[in-house]
Design a protein around this ligand. Sequence first.
Ligand code: NAP
Length: 292
Amino acid sequence: MTDGARAVVTGANAGLGLATTRALVAAGIPVTMAVRSTDKGAAAAAAIRASEPAADLRVQQVDLGDLGSVRRFAEGSTDPISVLLCNAGVMLVPEQSLTADRFEMHWGVNFLGHYLLAGLLLPTLTADARVVSLSSIAHRSAGRLDRQFGLGADYAPGQAYGQSKLCTLMFSLELDRRLRGSGSGVKAVAAHPGWSATDERPPRERGDAPGLGLVFARRISQLLGSSPAHGALSQVHAAIGAGVEGGQFWGPSLLVRGKPHPATVSAGARREDDANFLFALAAELTGCEIPG
Ligand SMILES: NC(=O)c1ccc[n+]([C@@H]2O[C@H](COP(=O)([O-])OP(=O)(O)OC[C@H]3O[C@@H](n4cnc5c(N)ncnc54)[C@H](OP(=O)(O)O)[C@@H]3O)[C@@H](O)[C@H]2O)c1
């Protein structure tokens, strides 16, 4: 690894992001915890240091639902980056809601904020860096790219989430094609955790509006999901594992749990015409072009 290089993990204060940060620290990698709340980030860093006193951790604020905040984060990020882990995400937001820039929340946070973050940080990536994007098995039920991006009158939380995770997988595959095309050694790799019981706080405490679907999903997840440390195995493998190639998609061997294994990419996610449309739109909306 390049001297002074760091990993950047979005959503590093909780769930899979926190488990991933712990794993990277255990592997001796300095980590910048890119978090929406620096108080939560500092508390999570303190919890990690309690068991890993030598951990090289930095906490830096970013709200992925605010493109201005993403730009400020990138301006303040000058160290070389060996791993950019685009992990933060919102899931099954009960009511249609918008980011600071008036994009649908799932699409804006899970995809567009990370598109801009990766685009702005590309010049600071080391020659052999990896950009890891978190998708989900839910991308498969999304079908093809829906060009309403969650802003239609027929908002459904599951569909909006699935579409955002389709976009994060398409982002990873297209980013890798563009990196290869430009002769870069940087790899874009996608991962999904299967089903992991992460945020167990009640919806009101998390700031979500109460919603039966979300409560039900969380309950089932608590019963059937893997631990965050287990759920994070695939994204940790994508980030630092041996034999990982750009353009791959990793997930648990038994779909919802298990060791890291090549995962199935849906036909919709493989459509290069839709991926090019998505990149052109994201470039227009963010002012950041990722050349092909
Ligand atoms: N758990 C699963 O079974 C599962 C399955 C498939 C995919 N995934 C994906 O895995 C990733 C991590 O999920 P998780 O289960 O660990 O969820 P989680 O426990 O709810 O954690 C989500 C993280 O994202 C952060 N975040 C949310 N909105 C943000 C914003 N606008 N700006 C910056 N950070 C923001 C949260 O910060 P706050 O603490 O400040 O809210 C938190 O750190 C997500 O992309 C999710 O879609 C999870």
